[in-house]
Unconditional design. Structure first.
Length: 362
């Protein structure tokens, strides 16, 4: 019995080896026919190779697409082993057949093959390049540019020349500007979409990462914002604004020590940044470091002496330290600069205390 099972296993392994070899041989045959510009014959060879694995490939692609359509919770319930990647080699005959269809003027069929090749192996650069040419011919410039950038990132060097020829840098700038406009209008979802495309077209620029991070921050998605800011920081490590934005995220997450460190870094690169002093002072208050908070409010006042907020905040701390004279002086200045709460405290605290003190002396 064991001997029969062993013989069956050997035969099965031999069958699978021949099966794979046949697909490889058919693909190689088709490649040879392509070189001779025998495109119709090559299509037949590639189609024969594809048919050997087609059912398995179709099933795999469906599983992946169904999985990607799930939300985060639903994905957590799925056994990822069921959708693990299949061998990249299955994508090859689709890509070559697509090129043959292009040569034969069958662009719709070619596009389907390039799409399938990418579905099988998203790290296969050539079908992105070939698909980009078809999309450009179909007046889909932006999509073509995205495919060219992807192909270039995957090592298809000829994509870089087409990226320039198609003026894709202009597309990147256009998406960035559209993203800025939507950000300024409070359309954060639209801004994120445009800025994401701008980043895909020009991943070397820190500006789009910063702005998208600001969109995430505005929608309280602090984890995503921090991820974008840290990517921007790798591209521009001395940009004080990136450190400031990271500090805001940590402050919002009530991580005062981390926030303090980022505001300090921001000020190391720009000693005149008013907001960094204000928020570093807030962090000092959270950390119960009153004297440092007073110092930072004072530094903010030197930068913008006509802003009432730092006077008001410093006044509260001075009162806490029993410096009533200094505190009331700051309340007065804050009130003169339009801080309504300061005006109320002058009446309810400083004037009443002064009146009470005068009566004691009498």
């Amino acid at each position: 019995m064991k001997r029969s099972i062993l013989i069956f296993s050997i035969l099965l392994l031999g069958y699978n080896a021949n099966y794979a070899q046949n697909a490889y041989e058919l693909t190689e045959k088709g490649k040879g026919e392509m070189k001779l510009k025998m495109y119709e014959e090559a299509v037949i060879s590639f189609t024969s190779a594809i048919h050997l694995d087609e059912a398995m490939v179709v099933e795999h692609i469906k599983k992946v697409k169904d999985y990607l359509a799930l939300d985060e919770y639903q994905r957590s319930l799925v056994d990822e082993a069921q959708i693990k990647p299949i061998k990249p080699q299955y994508a090859i005959p689709y890509e070559y057949r697509g090129e043959c269809y292009v040569a034969l003027g069958k662009k719709d069929q070619a596009l389907k093959d390039f799409n399938t090749a990418i579905d099988i192996d998203e790290n296969y650069g050539e079908p992105y390049y070939q698909r980009a040419i078809l999309k450009k011919d179909n007046n889909q410039k932006n999509d073509a540019c995205l495919d060219l950038k992807k192909a270039s990132n995957l090592g298809v060097t000829k994509s870089s020349d087409l990226f320039v020829d198609y003026f894709c840098w202009d597309s990147a700038l256009g998406f960035y500007k559209d993203g800025l406009s939507k950000f300024n209008l409070g359309n954060y979802a639209g801004a994120i979409s445009d800025l994401t495309i701008a980043m895909q077209l020009n991943p070397d620029s820190s500006n789009a990462f910063i702005k998208r991070g600001m969109c995430y921050y505005a929608t309280q998605k602090f984890k995503e914002a921090l991820a974008d800011y840290n990517k921007a920081l790798k591209k521009d490590s001395t940009n004080f604004m990136i450190h400031y934005q990271i500090g805001l995220c940590w402050y919002s997450l009530e991580q005062a020590t981390k926030a303090f460190e980022e505001f300090a870094k921001s000020l190391a690169f720009n000693t005149g940044h008013y907001e960094s002093y204000i928020y570093r002072a807030y962090c000092c208050e959270m950390l119960q470091n009153t004297s440092s908070a007073i110092f930072d409010y004072g530094s903010a006042i030197k930068i913008k002496p006509t802003n009432g907020l730092p006077y008001y905040k410093r006044a509260l701390l001075k009162i806490e330290l029993k410096d009533e004279k200094g505190g009331c002086a700051d309340f007065k200045k804050a009130a003169e600069l339009g801080e309504e709460d300061a005006s109320k405290l002058i009446v309810s605290y400083c004037f009443q205390r002064a009146y009470f003190s005068n009566n004691i002396r009498r």
